[in-house]
Design a protein around this ligand. Structure first.
Ligand code: FES
Ligand code: FES
Length: 158
């Protein structure tokens, strides 16, 4: 039997009936058409399904949609603002940190939450922060470059 939940996704409130066993990643992709959130391993290993729940990164393949009841979710679609791309998104483009792009949404959301807590990290701290997000293309160097550049840019704007 479906359960009625209420949640906020990218600033918009939804009241929807969901199956008790539907995962958050499937809810976002299939019901809300937010396909920027990727689905890889489905067992919590790759981080490609990362979204922010109340500002903290979670693997949305391991969260049931019903567990998001009353929560605030942010997906990659919610990051762009009227001025354009978020500084982390811009840095990923400028530093060539995107190849196939499958890991990118999760990587960027993890980086966003991390930089909010640690606005001036060193490279080792960045590597540790993204250790739950796997990338099979870039070798991570350019991703670390991008997050480092974004941290500088974001501190400059404050
Ligand atoms: S799809 Fe969720 S961690 Fe891999
Ligand atoms: S850019 Fe392809 S998996 Fe990271």
């Amino acid at each position: 039997m479906k359960k009625l939940i209420s949640l906020t996704v990218n600033g918009k409130v939804y009241e929807v009936a969901v199956s008790p066993n539907q995962t958050l990643v499937d809810f976002l992709r299939n019901e809300l058409d937010l396909i920027g959130t990727k689905k890889g391993c489905e067992v919590g290993d790759c981080g490609s399904c990362t979204v922010l729940m109340d500002g903290r990164p979670v693997n949305s393949c391991l969260v049931l949609a019903v567990q998001a009841n009353g929560r605030e979710i942010q997906t990659i679609e919610g990051l762009e603002n009227p001025e354009g791309l978020h500084p982390i998104q811009k840095a990923f483009v400028e530093k060539g940190a995107i190849q196939c792009g499958f890991c990118t949404p999760g990587m960027i959301l993890t980086a966003k939450s991390f930089l909010e807590k640690n606005p001036a990290p060193d490279r080792e701290e960045i590597r540790k922060a993204i250790s739950g997000n796997l990338c099979r293309c870039t070798g991570y160097q350019k991703i670390v470059d991008a997050i480092e550049a974004a941290s500088v840019e974001m501190s400059r704007k404050e």
